[in-house]
Design a protein around this ligand. Structure first.
Ligand SMILES: [Zn+2]
Length: 231
């Protein structure tokens, strides 16, 4: 069943807010017995007024048979963004494709599994520190050495250790003192993804940008002293 709905949305493509008439596609699930139905759902398609790109959201709803309006149930799925999942903040032109692919994978699973997202972020960070920065030891030791040797700027400095902790929490069950399993939250993963972006910037982007500036300055006839002042 298709209907229209007017909503105020913040577009995930351009990050701007607008009021949009969107399409809502609804299905009510299958009847299992006289009053039990499988989980139904709604798909919302909103085309941003400002940039023209589509935003697609999904929510899972239990349309229990016999009820005039759907009732919220414990197993419902809250509204999640299906497309686009997350827009990367920058174009990482100097970052190796293998890291970009893993970063995109981490972005794709953010909404449906923060645990998987945290594990992927941990893996990206560890591979960069091992393969690009040539650091050895446990991930904790590599992070300590990276911070000591490279003096990364804040907040990369503060957030890098949390990638290891959140990644471990995603991979292994961890309980708090009252025995409750500590889950990785979506908001934690947004910070982890931003930390990976900062790591990309620091390890891949900045050295290349600096090298390009030096190359341009040398070809422009700068003296060594002028170079120091210029850079
Ligand atoms: Zn937009």
């Amino acid at each position: 069943m298709k209907s229209q709905q007017r909503n105020r949305i913040t577009c995930k493509h351009c990050d701007r807010e607008s009021v949009v008439d969107g399409d809502v596609f609804q299905w009510e699930g299958d009847i299992v017995s006289s009053n039990v139905m499988t989980l139904g759902g709604r798909l919302y398609v909103f085309t941003c007024q400002l940039c023209g790109n589509a935003n697609i959201m999904y929510e899972g709803i239990n349309f229990a048979a016999g009820l005039s309006s759907p009732e919220r149930m414990a197993n419902d799925i809250e509204m999640i963004q299906i497309y686009p999942t997350r827009k990367r903040n920058k174009d990482f032109v100097y970052v190796d494709e293998k890291y970009i692919n893993e970063y995109n994978d981490a972005c794709h699973v953010l909404e449906i599994s923060p645990k998987a997202c945290a594990v992927l972020c941990r893996r990206i960070a560890e591979t960069i520190l091992t393969d690009e920065c040539k650091l050895k030891g446990t991930l904790e030791e590599k992070i300590d050495k990276f911070i000591l040797d490279k003096s990364p700027p804040s907040p990369l400095l503060e957030y890098l250790p949390s990638i290891r902790l959140a990644g471990n929490r995603g991979a292994h069950e961890k309980r708090d003192i009252s025995g409750i399993v500590v889950e990785v939250e979506k908001n934690d993963c947004v910070i982890l993804l931003e930390t990976i972006e900062m790591l990309f910037d620091f390890v891949f982007m900045q050295p290349k940008i600096k090298a390009e500036k030096i190359g341009t300055a040398i070809s422009g006839g700068f003296s060594h002293l002028e170079l120091l002042i210029h850079l």
